[in-house]
Design a protein around this ligand. Structure first.
Ligand SMILES: [Zn+2]
Length: 99
């Protein structure tokens, strides 16, 4: 449980992986990287190293490029946008549309 003093009005901030701007946590989606691709984890339930991306169509659509660079750098492979990624992104965009 958080302690009694932690009635924080100030949101913790994280940096968007795509545009590198700092934003409040509630303006960002958490996602994790697995070898198969990206999984968006809006409720932040998955216990893995998280990255963040803006709740914003521009950053979401640039996530593909970011992911390619990430895989190149960390795994040394050229990766294409997978089915898994598409499902993940579509589900987030569905949330944005209020569906
Ligand atoms: Zn961003």
């Amino acid at each position: 449980m958080p302690n009694k003093h932690s009635k924080v009005l100030h949101m913790p901030q994280r940096t968007c992986a795509v545009c590198k701007s700092k934003k409040d946590l509630d303006k960002l989606y958490a996602f994790i990287i697995i070898p198969e691709g990206i999984i968006i984890d809006p409720r932040r339930r998955l216990q893995r190293r998280r990255h963040y991306v803006c709740n914003d169509i521009n950053c979401l659509s640039n996530l593909e490029e970011w992911e390619k660079r990430y895989f190149k750098k960390h795994y040394g492979i050229n990766k294409s946008w997978s089915e898994l990624d598409l499902q993940s992104i579509n589900s987030v965009q569905g949330v944005n549309n209020g569906q």
